[in-house]
Design a protein around this ligand. Sequence first.
Ligand code: PMP
Length: 419
Amino acid sequence: MPNHAKGTRSEVSWDPNSIRDDFPILARTVHRERPLVFFDNAASTQHPVAVLDAMDACYRRHYANVHRGVHRLSQEASDAYDAARARVASFVGAERVDEIVFVAGTTMAINLVARSMGESGIGAGDEILLTEMEHHSNIVPWQQLAARCGARVRFLPIRDDGTLALERLGEFLSPRTRIVAFTAVSNVVGTINPVTELVARAKQVGATVLVDAAQHVPHDRTDVRAWGADFVVFSGHKMLGPTGIGVLWGRYDRLESLPPFLGGGSMITEVTTSGFVPNLPPAKFEAGTPPIVEAVGLHAAIDYLESIGLERIARHEAELTSRAIDAMSAIDGVRILGPKAEQRAGIVSFVVDGVSSQDLCVFLDLKGFALRNGHHCAMPLHERLGVPSSCRASFYLYNTLAEIDRFATTLRSEIDRLR
Ligand code: PMP
């Protein structure tokens, strides 16, 4: 049994040092032998050997195109691809395996829904409701859709503390609201949104609801049926898996009635010179050769996460986050963006009076700390918070309390130096 799997799920804390050896990249150093502290997990996460090995074995022993051949390798690859879909379905609580559509990532999934919904009756005067804390990938596809069909995009405001102004929801929901799309967790301020409540309110006016779960699925238990939305989307590379694969979960009847987005192989049952008949979901939305080896990697990533337990991962990240917020707020000039620790996931963005976020991240990098700076693909949110950019530290299961403590000490000294 791997070290990390020992003990019970009810343990209050858990030692991430027991799994760090599973991640070869965490052993490397940067800039004159500084140990790497990887705090850029909201952008993309690192890979355990189990994921690297699963993908390597697929390429070395089982690789061929899927669902296209009777030969042995094609069958092995098809079985692996189908097994990955089944694993994702059980991981997020889908009712049916064919509610899982493999796509390139969250961005692709949202574009797919926006494109397809645009062809199925959104029109002038209709409204699309988003929030002020969305990632650009949950804004631009809807703006594009609105521009094509004359609909209006509206934004539910946030409060100053980075939580959604739920008390104002009534002003924004009406029978004209056809789509409500929002993030489960902000990729900048880390706010955990009340998904079930928001979905229920949107459903009262008959809207279609899409939840951007890119920052939720990797970090906490997700049950798509309990959320009650129509679509839930997320990316493999933010949950220990490879790039190039993501998931669109859709309620089966919604996927059935949605027109296909991309045309090509696999998404049809018949093509003639005069037209085509679309396949059933999920094949209907998977035109062309799919991300086969990436699906195998995602399967291994889910197995790995489950061997630890999403509940335990969430608890560990909560501990890291509250330690980080306590230590960082004690540093003169640091302004942490977003709500108190209890309301947020493992993401802490901040600005420092008189110091540019770019300079600070460059100097932190020289000490071994990988943070992201900039607008984190959320320009409207930064505008609302009154800052052009921020530094972002984001944590995952392999980060330790000792790393947080070292970070706080280094942050303090770098700020002193830069001022
Ligand atoms: N939504 C959120 C909340 C995100 O954090 C991200 C990635 N930063 C995306 C969407 C886009 O994901 P991807 O780049 O994998 O398509």
